[in-house]
Design a protein around this ligand. Sequence first.
Ligand SMILES: [Zn+2]
Ligand SMILES: [Zn+2]
Ligand SMILES: [Zn+2]
Length: 146
Amino acid sequence: MVTQNFKYCHWCKIKVEEINSRTGQPYSHCAKHRAEKTNIRKKWDSNNRKSIAAKARRYNKNLRSKFFNMYGHKCACSGCSEANIKFMTIDHIQGGGIEHRKESGSNNKMIREAIAKYRPDLYQSLCWNCNCGHSANGGICPHLEE
Ligand SMILES: [Zn+2]
Ligand SMILES: [Zn+2]
Ligand SMILES: [Zn+2]
């Protein structure tokens, strides 16, 4: 068997003599078409990443809307009338939001748990304002502090 020390570019059929140091074989595409192939792959990768991210966003949105359909669209704080779910956060009532999130590994997991079993004693809809106000104010929402 004769080892060929060149190949013909798969795309334009010109002779390719550069050796691919990784395989020890000549490249199967000329320099121009190797670059083109890499570009196509990069583009494909980034499109793919985008669509994965879009899928994750859709999935999260879906989880969130399921949660708010179960636990209510209105902020649980009695001093607050926010009812736009875009402002809503998923609050872990026992104050263990962050700990619980850590323990469950991810926010999604917490939401999935909350959806799998209706536990209004554990979870509630709370708007960003009340959620942040609550933790910044030592556990009581500034709305309720009169
Ligand atoms: Zn070529
Ligand atoms: Zn609120
Ligand atoms: Zn509040």
